[in-house]
Design a protein around this ligand. Structure first.
Ligand SMILES: Nc1ncnc2c1ncn2[C@@H]1O[C@H](COP(=O)(O)OP(=O)(O)OP(=O)(O)O)[C@@H](O)[C@H]1O
Length: 671
């Protein structure tokens, strides 16, 4: 655990819906024109098994201070959450045509589901009539219907409920094990075409949707052997406001329908994989959850680093996971977003709490560009502009990736010729040499008006009744650009993937080499230990070994060959020194091609230098001309094997000064 003693969360420096830190003006719906994601922290009460983070007793605590839009302590009631988080303003905005996302984030057991859903199981009871534990979803739904009733306006509500588990998306209103695809369409952005969307003319139907979704979530977790806490759930309420009092529509400035929607997202636990009890089956699950959350983190970081908008040429990896595809509009898009970061006050959760707060702090920097979803044509133009912008950023990203790959593959890429016709070459040529699509995109007319960044997007969409021809022209232009970018990006994505897999191959080779080096080091250390043991340990090593009669020797434990005579004359070399040096050579060069042996101020290479073949005194077989690391290692293995088989007697018989540790130590101490 980190040395965290206390995490202080400062309360309320900017109330949601009020004039924001950006200084932007606030509309009638309490929505800033350039509205950062709102982040609220909720800390749940301790449960009976937990211990609070240590207070100020004893050593002064290390304190990290965070600031959020609002902070709800353990005493906050469920009934107060809507108001304290500014959710009622977001719901009003949804009724006025904005897209709204409310998500809970935090480690497992931190209170995400409690905050979002309360106890949804009781919704299924016949006599349900509201409950003190009701969560954000149920209370929001009640607020929506009540507000409409009070205003006397009409709104067509529809709802869908889905779940992402192991990067597979399931419909919770029509539970089957069938996975649904996520698709992109200019008018809708990323969406799930086959998801069931149920009309909810009355609140009871909406509550039924919620309870049915929860029921299927539980059923899914049973049938797919999953834990619901390991999945992301998204409940969406669509609000199509057709008509109403003029006051409701004044800020929209349109007599057309407003098409708002609210997505309630209960994210999977953010705890790290190492903390999950991972059996083999669970590893994939943890990885997939992490992939979604990891990608969410990357998206948030990229957006936060780019001033909150998907501009600045940075590639925002929305497409890397299903979750981020579906949340694309909520992060740096035209939606209003609220993140409720849930934390545990327990000492055991301090590290995760810190991580959650850091994550939430980054999310706070993301700026969205709320746009009322009013006119279908204008909405389409806005969506296309954003798509063009994102595709352009993605295009630039793939180009940089391909440039890297090209540089990396070097000679191999240069060697390919136009006539080779290999897929690799054709991909390369379309990128580097400018295929037709590339040329069309990069050399085409500057799409300034149609591919403007979100910063130049209209803050409020003007009436769509006029300028239909112009709109159609812009639509056609944007669609043409998108298809160009899409096809080019698809080609480059494939090429980038191929390059990545080649890189992965090399990485894996490199890793194998490193593993081998590690293994060799271990074996060398084993050998050193064995030799030390045989030579009587450190105390004996302090005593210089007796001078050899002729040349330095390094012992091998092959029973048939006990000594290797080195080519140079001089004092015998202590095996441990030789081995230490060998290790350092391996460590430095990561190559197993030489062992430098230092002895008596001299050095000689034992590997690569041919040592004269000699017969040992026993007239046994010749000593090999070269000694390699493998020789040393294998001799160690042979020695261990010999030791295991109680073969030490024969080693002692060989007359080696390093064999037969007992005998040696006696000899040395005598000496
Ligand atoms: N604010 C709170 N007040 C009282 N009890 C709470 C509060 N928040 C959470 N709890 C309780 O703590 C426990 C864990 O909460 P919950 O299941 O919501 O966590 P979670 O973050 O959704 O976990 P997971 O990711 O595993 O689903 C539950 O028993 C819940 O009732």
């Amino acid at each position: 655990m980190l040395g965290i003693r206390r995490v202080t969360v400062k309360k309320n420096f900017c109330r949601p819906g009020s004039r924001g830190s950006t200084g932007a003006t606030t509309t009638a719906q309490g929505v800033d024109e350039n509205d950062n994601i709102k982040v609220v922290v909720r800390i749940r009460p301790l449960n009976g098994r937990e211990v609070r983070l240590p207070g100020a007793k004893g050593a002064p605590p290390l304190t990290r201070t965070f600031a959020f839009h609002s902070c709800l302590g353990p005493g906050t009631k469920q009934a107060d959450v809507l108001r304290a988080c500014g959710i009622t303003q977001l719901l009003d905005a949804a009724l006025a045509g904005f897209n709204v996302t409310i998500m809970t984030y935090g480690q497992t057991g931190s209170g995400k589901t409690f905050t979002m859903s309360g106890r949804e199981d009781i919704l299924e009871m016949d006599d349900y009539n509201g409950d003190t534990d009701d969560g954000v979803v149920t209370r929001s739904v009640a607020y929506l219907y009540e507000t409409l009733q009070k205003r006397g306006s009409s709104c067509k509500f529809r709802a869908s409920y889905c779940e992402i588990y192991n990067e597979a998306l399931y419909d919770l209103l029509r539970w089957t094990k069938q996975q649904l695809p996520v698709r992109w369409e200019p008018a809708k952005g990323f969406h799930v075409p086959d998801l069931m969307v149920r009309e909810c003319p009355v609140m009871a139907t909406m509550l039924n949707v919620i309870s049915r979704g929860m029921q299927h979530r539980r059923m899914g977790s049973h049938e797919l052997n999953m834990e619901s806490s390991r999945s992301h759930s998204i409940m969406t309420v669509y609000c199509d406001t057709a008509a109403g009092p003029a006051s409701d529509r004044s800020s929209i400035g349109s007599s057309l329908s407003a098409m708002g929607k609210i997505s309630f997202v209960d994210l999977a636990g953010s705890e790290r994989v190492k903390d999950t009890k991972t059996s083999n089956g669970m590893l994939k699950e943890a990885g997939s959850i992490n992939k979604s959350l990891f990608t969410l983190g990357k998206v948030i970081s990229t957006l936060a680093d780019n001033g909150g908008a998907p501009g600045g040429g940075a590639h925002v990896p929305y497409r890397d996971s299903k979750l981020t595809r579906l949340l694309m509009d909520s992060l740096g898009g035209s939606a209003l977003a609220l993140m409720i970061a849930c934390c545990s006050p327990a000492a055991s959760a301090a590290e995760e709490t810190l991580s959650t707060l850091s994550y939430a702090t980054r999310a706070k920097n993301i700026r969205n560009w709320p746009v009322v979803q009013v006119d279908p044509h204008e909405a389409l133009v806005a969506a296309l502009k954003r798509e063009v912008h994102l595709l352009r950023a993605e295009n630039a990203y793939f180009r940089s990736q391909m440039a890297l790959s090209t540089k990396w593959s070097g000679a191999a890429t240069e060697a390919s010729t136009p006539s080779s016709g290999s897929p690799q070459h054709s991909r390369h040529s379309s990128f580097a040499e400018g295929g037709p699509a590339t040329a069309a995109v990069t050399e085409g007319p500057p799409p300034s008006a149609d591919a403007a960044s979100p910063s130049s997007a209209p803050k409020h969409v003007p009436r769509a009744a006029e300028g239909t021809v112009e709109t159609e022209r812009r639509l056609a232009q944007a669609q043409a650009m998108i298809s160009q970018y899409s096809s080019e990006n698809a080609r480059m994505a494939a090429a980038s993937e191929a390059a990545a897999s080649r890189r992965a191959l090399v990485d894996s080779d490199y890793k194998s080499a490193l593993d081998e080096v590690d293994w060799l080091k271990t074996r060398l250390e084993d050998l050193e230990t064995t030799i030390l043991a045989h030579s009587g340990g450190d105390s004996e090593r302090a005593v210089p070994p007796p001078a050899a009669a002729s040349s330095p020797t390094l012992l091998l434990d092959n029973p048939a060959q006990k000594e290797l005579t080195l080519p140079s004359e001089g004092a015998p070399i202590e095996p441990a020194d030789v081995l230490v040096e060998a290790v350092s050579v391996l460590g430095d060069s990561k190559a197993i091609d030489a062992v430098v042996i230092e002895a008596a101020g001299e050095s000689c290479d034992s590997v690569g230098e041919a040592a004269p073949a000699e017969e040992d005194s026993g007239g046994q077989e010749a000593v090999p001309k070269e000694m390699t690391i493998e020789d040393v290692v294998f001799s160690s293995e042979a020695e261990e094997a010999a030791a295991e088989h109680g073969d030490r007697e024969s080693e002692a018989d060989s007359g080696s000064i390093y064999s037969g540790s007992d005998a040696d130590s006696e000899e040395d101490s005598d000496g």
